[in-house]
Write a new protein. Structure first.
Length: 696
């Protein structure tokens, strides 16, 4: 009998061992397949390998005998298969389908806290939105990707996301932000000795200087990128850099140099069948011939580029070549043909919302219809170009929508305030009830102990009573501290949307609509709505990024600027050690002090008015020091004016902020300090407020 039992146990253990061995083999197979996919250049091959990888994962992922670590590994590869499928859809220009697949990859990666996978999925979603011409959505997903890249703490992942953020910010015209992101990425790539990253970042910085018309600088970075691409034998990236260099030579009217670079690029494209890149090269050759008035040669190149862009669905370059062809036929007095290409280009630009291209092609259509003596059409297209040239124009429906959104958010905020107030009352009652129960319980315990052990344990009872009292005092202190924190938060919440500020801002915007510049008025209404939304978003949070606080301050100061016409300016400075995208502070901390500077220091002053806000780290790097400096009338004169007005108003905003800081800061007491700024004649010429915020 014993032998049978031992044999059964042996068979059972052998079975467990064999199952474990099979799982390890399957995971090793997944790893090898994934490595092959990463190294394979032919998409027709790696997509089949990806299907094989997915089949293995699905066969194992739901097995009941998997450990947590094994299941996590299979889910990681499952996320990667979706990522690969999305990449394939991107290659064949099916961007909407690729976004769906990337989102599935993100969901799977998120479920197992695979942060590198999350960042990669979000990056690819952003890239697909970029191909679709949706720059705003692209920026949102790149920002989300950076959050997960930071969580992964993988410097390579972080660097690639920073490069992407630089790229999209450059496309949106945010050159300073774009350069900052790319320089951070460049530093990380240099540290990691990542040639691919260094090449892409040099290329990205070249594009930024290109747009800033700093052509010598852009050539320097394009050439750096080209040398790295040559060193790493990456011929596709070589072609992209050659096209960019040729584009600079074209702008500089160095046509022979540009042609030489483009012919070299076309040879590499032909060898590797880089159709899309060769289309850009032919388009640039067409531009060169057009500049040289060689219209027949220009047409040949534009038609080649056109055929490629039509297949690739590259609407941006396709619309540009259509416009150029229309220009050529117009200059050759072939008006009907020019009209055909111009109209096709115009409709494409309208669909894809290319404002600068719409303006150019509308101007050309106006000239075409003028030649045809179709003056009604000529005037119509001239008006289209004129309206778009005026930049942002007033849109009543958009204004109504913004007002409706503001009203909705205001109502939502009021409801939140009421809910907070109700929660506070409930908490107070609950606290009182618990204190009563604790007190009754204490009395009962003390009575029982007193009755039972008075004769033998008098000393022990005294010690217990002392301990009990000490605990009650500590509990009361804790409750009092929590109560103060809640009251402080409520005061800060109430002060965030100052009724006077709302009235002044809306009055200023209304004046602009009625008597001033409607473009500025619409822009300020956008600022006001954005500021309101941001305040509502951050009010319930304990801390926010410093960049968000600065953004709110900037929008607020832009609105305040309307009250002072032209004699008010402001400045926000960050010390090099402060990372606005990393360091966090409590929300709406600085704005009340800035408001005080404007209201009490600058409002009563004549002449130039200025507020300067500085952020820096102290020497120990444990505190963020913010200084708010104004060149106003000073505290003494402000107090005199306040006394004359006989007002009993107290600044709940700054008082509540100081209370919040006293609770927030654990290692300093002087969180807020005020100083008079005195000139050489010992006259008060302004006020400085120094706010110390502990970094948690």
């Amino acid at each position: 009998m014993k032998k049978i039992v031992l044999f059964a146990l042996f068979i059972f253990n052998l079975n467990l061992y064999s199952q474990s061995l099979v799982k390890n083999v399957e995971l090793l197979l997944c790893k090898n397949l994934n490595s092959k996919i990463e190294n394979e250049q032919d998409e027709s091959i790696w997509i089949k390998q990806n299907q094989e990888l997915k089949k293995i994962v699905l066969a194992n992922i739901n097995k009941s005998n998997l450990s947590q670590s094994e299941k996590k590994e299979f889910l990681k590869y499952y996320s990667i298969t979706y990522l690969n499928e999305g990449a394939y859809q991107t290659i064949i220009s099916n961007y909407k389908e690729s976004i769906i697949l990337y989102k599935k990859s993100f969901t799977t990666a998120r479920s197992i806290n695979y942060y590198e996978g999350c960042a990669s999925s979000l990056q690819n979603i952003a890239t697909s939105f970029d191909y679709l011409g949706k720059a705003d959505s692209c920026l949102v997903y790149f920002k989300k990707a950076l959050q997960f890249a930071n969580k992964s703490k993988d410097e390579s992942t972080i660097a690639y996301v920073l490069t992407d953020l630089g790229y999209i910010n450059n496309n949106l015209g945010n050159s300073k932000i774009a350069i900052d992101y790319n320089l951070k990425a460049l530093k990380l790539f240099a540290k990691l000795k990542d040639d691919e990253g260094l090449e892409r970042t040099n290329f990205a910085i070249g594009r930024i200087f290109d747009q800033l018309k700093e052509y010598n600088k852009s050539l320097e970075y394009y050439n750096n990128a080209l040398q790295i691409a040559i060193r790493t034998n990456n011929e596709q990236r070589q072609c992209l850099n050659l096209n960019s260099i040729a584009s600079i030579y074209l702008i500089q009217k160095k046509f022979s140099k540009a042609k030489s670079v483009l012919y070299k690029c076309l040879l590499v494209c032909k060898k590797n069948k880089y159709e899309s890149i060769s289309g850009v090269s032919h388009n640039l050759l067409g531009d060169i011939e057009f500049e040289l008035n060689k219209f027949e040669e220009a047409k040949k190149n534009y038609f080649i580029a056109n055929a490629i862009f039509k297949i690739d669905k590259n609407n941006f370059f396709y619309s540009k070549t259509l416009y150029k062809l229309a220009q050529i036929y117009y200059s050759e007095n072939q008006i009907k043909t020019a009209e055909k290409y111009a109209l096709e280009g115009y409709h494409l630009c309208i669909i894809n919302k290319y404002p600068s291209e719409i303006i150019a092609v509308s101007e050309l259509l106006s000239k075409i219809y003028t030649k045809q003596k179709k003056f009604e059409f000529a005037l119509e297209y001239k008006n289209i170009a004129s309206k778009l040239s005026d930049s942002i124009y007033y849109d009543e429906n958009k204004n109504i929508a913004l007002k409706a959104e503001f009203k909705y958010n205001s109502n939502l905020k009021e409801a939140q305030i009421k809910a907070l107030s109700q929660q506070k009352k409930i908490a107070t009652l609950e606290s009182q009830r618990q204190k009563n129960i604790a007190l009754i319980l204490a009395i009962v315990i003390i009575s029982i102990l007193f009755t039972s052990y008075f004769l033998f344990h008098r000393y022990k009872i005294k010690q217990q009573n002392k301990l009990l009292k000490s605990r009650l005092i500590e509990a009361e202190k804790t409750i009092e501290a929590e109560k103060k924190a809640t009251e402080s938060e409520l005061k800060a919440l109430k002060s965030q949307m100052n009724p006077h500020f709302i009235f002044n801002a809306l009055s200023g915007i209304q004046d602009q609509f009625m008597f001033g510049d409607k473009v500025i008025a619409n822009e300020q209404m956008g600022n006001f709505t954005y500021l309101t939304r941001q305040i509502l978003n951050v009010s319930g949070k304990k801390k926010i990024l410093l960049s968000t606080e600065i953004e709110i301050l900037s929008k607020y100061l832009e609105l305040e600027k309307m009250r002072f016409k032209t004699d008010f300016e402001y400045e926000i400075n960050l010390d090099g050690n402060v990372d606005e995208d990393y360091h966090e502070i409590p929300p709406m901390l600085i704005q009340p002090f800035v408001e005080n500077s404007i209201k009490h220091g600058l409002l009563h002053k004549s002449g130039s008015k200025k507020v300067t806000i500085n952020f820096e780290l102290d020497l120990s790097e444990q505190f963020i020091i913010c200084t708010v400096i104004d060149n106003g009338i000073g505290r003494k004169k402000s107090a005199e004016i306040k006394a004359k007005n006989e007002t009993n108003h107290q600044s709940f905003s700054t008082l509540s902020i100081e209370q919040r800081l006293n609770i927030w800061n654990k290692n300093t007491k002087n969180a807020v300090e005020y100083f008079d700024i005195i000139d050489t004649d010992e006259e008060i010429v302004g006020t400085k407020v120094r706010i110390t915020v502990e970094i948690h």
